[in-house]
Design a protein around this ligand. Structure first.
Ligand code: FUL
Length: 695
């Protein structure tokens, strides 16, 4: 029996506020279900909001994202594997569960499957006695974390792939995972079916029809039989849908309803869902904490910045989707320290953002009635406000009185989706200077919308449901005062030499200094700085509310590139190559194979003592220089070799490379590749600079 808020006006006249029991006693009408509604399984899953993915398998050891299928089981050998470490990190990071890549596209099984030799049983790990699915399942159980499995239908190792016989293997493996590892909360099937692979030595391309080949009806039956509470992802008959990108971002409009899945939905359908459609199919947003799904040492410095992670959270969990955040466990078999720290930071921000609920004991009113505060403010979907007498054309308005003027900058709204998803657009207004002012607005709500806006101060606010498919059933209307996000400023420099800083949060101030000092003595940053000489600059952000500074950052800025030009060997401007001297490491110049080099006219003669090279930061970077020659010239005709050498470990760790040499006076420099990390004849340059500062 649901706790229902009073919706008859007679009843409302007799009680100024209504309690659960009173409403139950009066057996108030429940809303009728509208359109498609979630199953209990889908509802339980939706409430998880945030959980983790772990990509850890053969690719971890081959440093790849997709294995071909010809990898050797001997290569799988974590040195310090510890499932409990993963689970402890996930728990401390606020995740509700973990989904493990039990088998990825290369076919290697992390459990000793009886259906193939390509498993952990033939690896050195625990002398072939290991079972990582089991170890993780047990660690999750021990620490009260939900456990799920990723099983790739595509198998680039198996000889019978694309024949009927392989589907028996796939179903057999699924059966092993469903029956040997306790309760699963989610079973994840990947949609990738790329074609070519090892396939038992055939090394060829094989095609299947993913809609029919895998016998999805059988798959769904098996999951339902053995794991009735598990949601299915990525199958025909799935319970949840992909959000349509691997960035973890939901679109603003996100319906949890969809047309029956045919397995060639458009991106737009996946992202937005389909309004008032036949099936309930809520979205899951997946993204990795780093660029890759798998661990690559070269991405150790590329763990997503905190402000980006927070953004992902608000654009997934805050946009009616669940967030599946991937952790690429490293070759030791541990969550890397950098990822661990970022996950904790993210959770700290989320907790802090929703700690100060200014609406907690507020007075809520709608349709001239008082709504008991907890009906709007608690976590229960089953306490809600609903007015069945709302006319079709009428907007539902819920007013809130905070008792006194308060500052807030976050809105949380939820519909009780047990009765279907209804709201199409809404608005938040505050009452100020005797008038209502719009603060923020949104389209769909669904299970949950979280909206960020600049802090406002008001005693009264109102939520207006402007458009709804049926009378809205609002289960949460909360306002919060989130603290400012205090992260170090990002420094940006233009080719002209102009320097500016930015922070994600407008309230946060930025301070800088040309002298090493306490941040209290820094100057407040207000407009771009013109820097024309080599300069060291110190900078930090400051939260005026908590009076706290971020850590102080230091940047050694060498001469500006205002007069620089990228040219060819005849001195003609080479526009494309400007990408290597535009102070932006995300724009990359790729040379021709004939001339794997860049020539730069420094505009005047200067003394240089070295140079720097930023390799490409792209996920599929190529042409990264491993061995280089650096030449100087006065006239573009005779070139002197200033230095040659190797950028050690640039493949695994593609960060800025610095090379120093004897002071040389020059007008032109040429950086030439003599070897690239991937053997490519072309060389790529994200950014090239000279060093004139004393090291
Ligand atoms: C994709 C796969 O191809 C990736 O390797 C990864 O597993 C990701 C979660 O899904 O489609």
């Amino acid at each position: 029996m649901k706790k229902v808020l009073i919706c008859s006006s007679i009843l409302f006249l007799s009680f100024s506020s209504c309690s659960v029991n009173q409403s139950l006693k009066q057996s108030i009408a429940q809303p009728e279900k509208f359109g498609a509604v979630p199953t209990q399984r889908q509802l339980d899953w939706q409430k998880l909001e945030y959980y983790g993915f772990v990509h850890f398998n053969m690719n971890t050891f081959t440093d790849r994202e997709w294995g071909y299928g010809d990898e050797k089981p001997e290569w799988f050998n974590p040195t310090d594997f510890d499932a409990e470490q993963w689970v402890k990190v996930a728990k401390k990071a606020g995740m509700k569960g973990l989904i493990l890549t039990a088998k990825h596209h290369d076919g290697f099984c992390l459990w000793p499957s009886a259906y193939t030799e390509h498993t952990i049983a033939n690896s050195p790990y625990k002398n072939g006695k290991g079972d990582i699915v089991k170890e993780l399942a047990e660690a999750c159980k021990k620490h009260d974390l939900l456990f799920g499995v990723y099983l790739s239908p595509w198998d680039r190792n198996h000889a019978a792939y694309a024949q009927d016989a392989y589907v028996d293997v796939f179903l057999g493996q699924l059966n092993e995972l469903l029956t040997n590892y306790g309760d699963l909360f989610e079973v994840w099937f990947d949609g990738a079916n790329g074609g070519d692979g090892y396939y038992g030595g055939a090394r060829e391309a094989r095609k299947i029809d993913a809609k029919t080949y895998y016998r999805w009806d059988k798959v769904v039956d098996m999951v339902r039989e053995h794991q009735p509470n598990a949601v299915i992802f990525g199958a025909k008959g799935a319970d949840i849908r992909w959000i349509g990108n691997e960035e973890g971002i939901g679109t603003e409009t996100n319906w949890s309803t969809m047309n029956p899945i045919v397995m060639n939905e458009t991106r737009e359908q996946l992202q937005k869902g389909v309004k008032n459609a036949e099936d309930w199919l809520p979205a899951e947003a997946d993204v990795s904490v780093r660029p890759g799904w798998y661990y690559h040492a070269r991405e150790d410095h590329l763990v997503r910045p905190l402000s980006h992670m927070v953004d992902i959270y608000y654009k997934s969990v805050g946009r009616n989707a669940n967030l599946l955040l991937n952790i690429p466990v490293d070759t030791r078999g541990l969550v890397h320290e950098n990822d661990e720290q970022r996950l904790y930071e993210l959770y700290e921000v989320i907790q802090a953002d929703f700690e100060n609920k200014v609406s907690e004991n507020a007075e809520f009113k709608a349709d001239g009635r008082t709504i008991e505060s907890k009906f709007m403010t608690d976590d229960e979907l089953s306490t809600y406000y609903y007015n069945p007498q709302l006319e079709d054309s009428q907007q539902q308005v819920i007013e809130i009185d905070l008792g006194k003027s308060q500052i807030f900058n976050r809105l949380q709204v939820q519909e009780n989706i047990e009765f279907g998803q209804r709201v199409e657009s809404f608005e938040l207004e505050i009452f100020k200077d005797n008038q209502w002012h719009k603060i923020t607005e949104g389209t769909t709500i669904g299970y949950q919308r979280l909206l960020r806006f600049e802090p406002v101060k008001a005693q009264k606010a109102r939520l207006i449901i402007k458009k709804s498919l049926a009378a809205p059933v609002i289960s949460t209307f909360n306002l919060y005062k989130a603290p400012n996000l205090l992260v170090e400023p990002t420094l940006e420099r233009k080719k002209s030499g102009e320097v500016s800083f930015s922070v994600p949060n407008k309230q946060t101030e930025i301070y800088y200094s040309y002298k090493k000092d306490q941040p209290q003595n820094f100057t407040k940053f207000s407009k771009p700085l013109k820097i024309s000489e080599p300069t060291t600059i110190y900078y930090a952000s400051f939260d005026p509310e908590t009076q706290k500074y971020s850590s102080v950052q230091t940047a050694n800025l060498d001469i500006p590139k205002a007069k620089w030009q990228a040219i060819d060997e005849n001195g003609k401007p080479l526009k494309e190559a400007t990408k290597a001297i535009d102070e932006n490491v995300y724009s990359v110049y790729v040379s021709t194979p004939e001339a794997p080099e860049i020539i730069i006219d420094l505009g005047e003669n200067i003394d240089i003592t070295g140079f720097t090279y930023w390799p490409s930061q792209e996920r599929w970077a190529y042409g990264t220089i491993q061995n280089y020659e650096l030449y100087t010239s006065e006239d573009l005709k005779s070139w002197n070799l200033a230095k040659e050498g190797e950028f050690s470990n640039v493949k695994n760790n593609p960060i800025e490379q610095k090379v120093l040499f004897q002071k040389t006076n020059t007008r032109y420099i040429k950086l030439k590749s003599t070897k690239t990390t991937d053997g490519s004849k072309k060389a790529s340059f994200a950014e090239v600079s000279v060093i004139t500062l004393n090291p």
